[in-house]
Design a protein around this ligand. Sequence first.
Ligand code: ZN
Length: 169
Amino acid sequence: MAILPIRTFGDPVLRTPAAPVETIDDAVRKLVDDMIETMYDAPGVGLAAPQIGVSRRVAVFDAQDGLGPRVMINPELVETSGTWEFEEGCLSVPGHFWPITRPGFARVRALDVTGAIVEYAGDELLGRVLQHELDHLDGVLLLDRLPRRERKQALARLRDEALGLTVDE
Ligand code: ZN
């Protein structure tokens, strides 16, 4: 296993819709192992393959529910309901958190590393992680889920930060 560098905001791979996995082979299983190690090292509750520069529809998460790391290959969002505001962050936009409203409940269908169909469903943190990681596979970042005005402010702040115009608060 290996800890891989995490791509950050501005890297085009984060804006590229990822391609489906055609065959779940040893290379995919190694990718999953590396992603789990990288996620825990960060530390984070989820990681999608584009975040380590691999444009494939693979994500891992640990919703801190005692069930350990779980894997989603070619996941699809099959159901959402309700709304929930949560102070959301992203390993690719380090040091920033924004209150983001999304459906509270989410259900995802995916393949695991054996190729079996798995379903993950839940609300609160689990529902949020599922939606956040699926967004990554479509090239969508949490900023895109902010209302227009807040999004503009967040982008301006990130730009200033990249130019060295701000210091940590
Ligand atoms: Zn993220």
